[in-house]
Write a protein that binds this ligand. Structure first.
Ligand SMILES: *Cc1c(COP(=O)(O)O)cnc(C)c1O
Length: 397
């Protein structure tokens, strides 16, 4: 089969960085691909399609109801809008003017992160005002209680490797404090595999990406309390219109959820483990390289290979190795967002069959080349960051 990317004029990148929006999110699972292709040419009554999605989401999450959105980012905005308006259609049409409504959303400062865009901007897009709780690396229940006023519409909690991973209020406590004051809790669990645990911990609404671990088309999932979900859905008559999900998104997510139920999770885990073992043994004994298997920071059932690079021994820095891996005829994109600490990760979750061998060859290729270099390949990290920032503005050139 020819690679569509060749036809389109795109590089044949291999993704070892994770489910990244910038790389096309995920490999969509076959059942979703077929469903999307089949639904695209048919009229579909969208409220009925979303009703079916609601039942599927409810079955998998244990929630009362659910709906599909354009993305998890959109779901954040719609959930905050819903917390302010409920099912008041006039208020829904008035947003983002939230005058007369409860319009404050509390969130821990350590959760105000960027997943590619700021979490708090997703909140503000609804017309709500963001009320930070605590400091970046410390938040306490009393601070949450103190931040809640008679204007508080909801409390947002983010589960992610992006958030500060210590000193935050545990979700159960967060829910207890919020509920004591009659405030609903919205959990952003975009990248989390567990479809039940956050609702069980007390969340009123949980938001997921349809296109991350689930392998659906670009979409978001809202699950939770029926009235709250309904109020989210009704935002399609207001601020949600510009974020609408098409029939392909809704039908595709239903299919992805069905596929998730029957997926061979153990088999996939074993395949990922084989890739990790291969890469680890490839790197074993290499001067300046230490490779350790690292569990996912938010307890998803997946491991990554942490590749620590000592430039003294390897004759190359971690960031230069990452950059060189991403070049050439067989580009491999590694997970390098913490590269200033002299390591990157190899994520085995998004590979096509046999790509793990290419990754191993590319590691060997670049490390051998570095060893042969007369001068150490250690570029100025500060300039690399500035160049990346500059490159953002270069599009479309
Ligand atoms: C990816 C992500 C989002 C955004 O999800 P999209 O579906 O891509 O909009 C939001 N929050 C967190 C924590 C994420 O990781």
């Amino acid at each position: 089969m020819t690679d569509i990317r060749k036809t389109l004029g795109l590089r044949p990148v291999i993704n070892c960085s994770g489910t990244m929006t910038s790389l096309g999110a995920s490999i969509v699972v076959p059942h979703a691909v077929e469903t999307v292709a089949a639904v695209l040419s048919q009229w579909t009554e969208m409220s009925d399609l979303q009703r079916i999605a609601s039942r599927t989401i409810a079955r998998l999450t244990g929630a009362e109801a659910g709906c599909v959105t354009a993305s998890c980012s959109a779901a954040i905005t719609l959930a905050c809008a819903a917390a302010m308006t409920g099912k008041d259609l006039a208020a829904i049409e008035r947003l983002p003017d939230a005058s007369g409504l409860k319009d404050e959303i509390v969130i821990q400062t350590g959760h105000m992160v960027s997943y590619g865009a700021p979490v708090e901007q997703g909140i503000r897009l609804s017309g709500a005002r963001v009320v930070p709780v605590g400091q970046a690396t410390s938040a306490h229940a009393y601070q949450l209680a103190g931040a809640i006023t008679d204007k508080t519409a909801a409390a947002v909690y983010v589960i992610s490797h992006h958030v500060v991973d210590y000193g935050q209020i545990p979700l159960e406590t967060f829910c207890e404090v919020a509920h004591e004051k009659g405030v609903p809790v919205i959990v952003d669990a975009a990248s989390e595999y567990d479809l039940e645990k956050f609702l069980n911990a007390g969340a009123d609404l949980v938001l997921y990406s349809g296109h991350k671990f689930l392998g659906g088309p670009t979409s978001g999932i809202v699950a939770g309390n029926k009235d709250f979900v309904a109020a989210c859905y009704l935002q399609n008559r207001g601020v949600g219109r510009g974020m609408k999900v098409g029939k392909e998104g809704v039908a595709g997510v239903i299919a992805a959820l069905e596929a998730w139920e029957t997926r061979d999770h153990a088999g996939i885990r074993a395949r990922e483990q084989k890739a990790l073992d291969l890469w680890q043994s490839t790197l074993e004994g290499r001067a300046g390289i230490t490779a350790i298997i690292d569990p996912d920071p938010t307890d998803n059932p997946l491991d990554r290979l942490k590749v620590l690079v000592d430039p003294e021994g390897a004759n190359i820095s971690a960031w230069d190795l990452a950059d060189r891996m991403a070049q050439g005829a067989r580009p491999v994109i590694v997970r390098d967002h913490e590269v200033e600490h002299n390591y990157f990760y190899l994520d085995p979750c998004n590979l096509h069959p046999d790509e793990e061998f290419v990754v191993a060859e590319r590691l060997t290729e670049e490390l051998d080349a570095a060893r042969k270099s007369n001068t150490p390949i250690v570029s100025d990290l500060r300039l690399r960051v500035l160049a990346q920032e500059k490159a953002i503005l270069n599009w479309p050139d």
